[in-house]
Design a protein around this ligand. Structure first.
Ligand code: ADP
Length: 171
């Protein structure tokens, strides 16, 4: 069975060793998936985030999951879409890769991602799905400890982009 699967759901409900948060570079404040994760995790999550002193675009930092079913939250900062010629694909790929490497360092076997950058940051969902899957496949090549990566779409349309990208052969 493939190590990468997609589903429609709410990432705050996923029982994984780590769920990934699409944060901004301060790691403090935001709507979308950030707001949902912080509401579900409780106040202690933002307290730990304050100690991290932010995060650069394309990088990732890890905290505990507190009241979430997930053991850890990996906070990554996706690129804002500016038309695609400002390094957005490489930065988005780096979010997935650095998040998975961090998950492996913390012995996580199961990791769930939302569609990073495809909300407020405006990254086209079809392009983001292709880049995400290519980056995950490449990173998993040398991360044998990661058994399962779940791509959590928030709606059917986002899910359809993931399914299409997963069917595409590795390019
Ligand atoms: P960004 O600023 O990186 O674009 P957003 O939080 O605005 O981050 O959106 C990222 C993606 O997460 C969007 O596709 C949005 O629909 C989705 N999303 C929002 N809430 C949830 C949730 N609870 N579970 C999974 N995905 C979610």
């Amino acid at each position: 069975m493939s190590r990468i699967t997609s589903l429609v759901g709410d990432i705050t409900k996923i029982e994984a060793d780590a769920i990934v948060n699409a944060a901004n570079s301060s790691l403090l404040g935001g709507g979308g998936v950030y707001g949902a994760i912080h509401r579900a995790a409780g106040q202690e999550l933002v307290q730990e985030c304050r100690l991290l002193h932010g995060c650069k675009t394309g990088q990732a930092k890890i905290t505990s999951g507190y009241r979430l079913p997930a053991r850890h939250v990996i906070h990554t900062v996706g690129p804002v879409w500016r038309g695609g010629d400002e390094g957005e694909p490489d930065l988005l790929a780096s979010c997935y890769e650095t998040s998975l490497r961090l998950a492996a360092e913390y012995s996580c076997k199961t990791v769930a991602f939302p569609a990073i950058s495809t909300g407020i940051y405006g990254y086209p969902a079809d392009l983001a799905a292709g880049t995400a899957i290519k980056a995950i496949r490449s990173a998993l090549g040398d991360l044998p400890g990661i058994e399962s990566v779940m791509l959590v779409a928030f709606d059917e349309q986002a899910h359809a982009h993931l399914v299409k990208a997963l069917k595409r052969k590795e390019d």
